[in-house]
Design a protein around this ligand. Sequence first.
Ligand code: UD1
Length: 364
Amino acid sequence: MAGKKPLIVSLVGARPQFIKLAPLAQRLSPKAGHIIVHSGQHYDLMMSEIFFRQLEIPDADYNLAVGSGLHGEMTGKIMIRFEKLLQRLRPDMVLVYGDTNSTLAGALAAAKLCIPVGHIEAGMRSYRMDMPEEINRRLTDHISALLFCPTEQAINNLKKENIKKGIIHSGDLMYELIESSRNKIAANKRLLDRYHLKHKQFLLMTMHRAGNVDDLGNLEKIVNILLRLNMPTLFPVHPRTLKNLKKCNLIGRLKKVSHVRLLKPLAYLDNLTLISNARTVLTDSGGIQKESVFLGTPCLTLRDETEWTETLKWGNYLVGLSIDKIQSLLNKSALPTKAISYKIDSKKPSEIIISSLLGYLRGN
Ligand code: UD1
């Protein structure tokens, strides 16, 4: 490899992966050949293209166009198409991100071709094997050569599973991107006028986990929670959630009340602007839990556990689907939050990731 730039392939396919790719792609291309492959898992304008445009991510070099489907179908299709591409490209390393079906499919295809896998956001655990993401992240970690851990807890989780080699404490690329977006968030505050909202006088709710929105009983509970909130509430609806709300005839109930405003999925900057101006965020998303506490807005997580255990010290509260817990927290005048830093030894996560992977490929 002496004198020659290594070739790195990034496989992404879903919203949170585009967000993690953005700061890395910017810094990686001068130092390595970088090919971006889109699996096609997310394909709507607001679920995919808008992120590439807004975050100035170079267009994907290849799109595997797998679309939606059952887990096996999607994972299998990505593997088949990605394997063929990898055989042609023969990269020095494949980077996969987070815990989606695209992550696991990419890691499996690469590892079986003996191409080292770098897993961005390794070591996260919910210890809930009924979550598809937990299966994806565990298996990916066990076949990765480099494990980029955002938190110390992630490192401990890997050690408990006897994974000892290739662990790097990289910090969190999502924080890095928020930090570099702060001015843009402040300049985007006019967005509140569009929805006739005032700073810290509204709630923002997002809900998309299969365990919450594919189960009719849980979906009904979520609708009842929304109906009982006593403040203007924006609810950008994920396509999975919208499909189920329509299928179960629940959407009409939400449309009847004036305090809930249903929206299409939000672009990155608008989402951060609303998070930072909301009084409280209610969500089941991993990324939004972090974005809320990092922007100083309290977060109520509608799950019984979180992979991001550190956030529980910083203003994130686990409330399950309990309306009583939600109301009692919302009734408090202010929920405590704590500011946090995203740098490790004053280095940015993208710098740590790139220097570690280049070192690994040089054999250091
Ligand atoms: C996936 C990830 C989840 C991540 C989330 C971010 C898995 C198992 N889950 O969940 O970890 O938090 O992305 O959003 O990989 N759909 C559209 N348009 C799209 C994409 C999806 O209409 O652009 C609809 C389809 O009906 C599809 C459904 O949403 O069947 C679910 O999409 P899918 O990619 O399977 O899972 P997500 O819920 O998005």
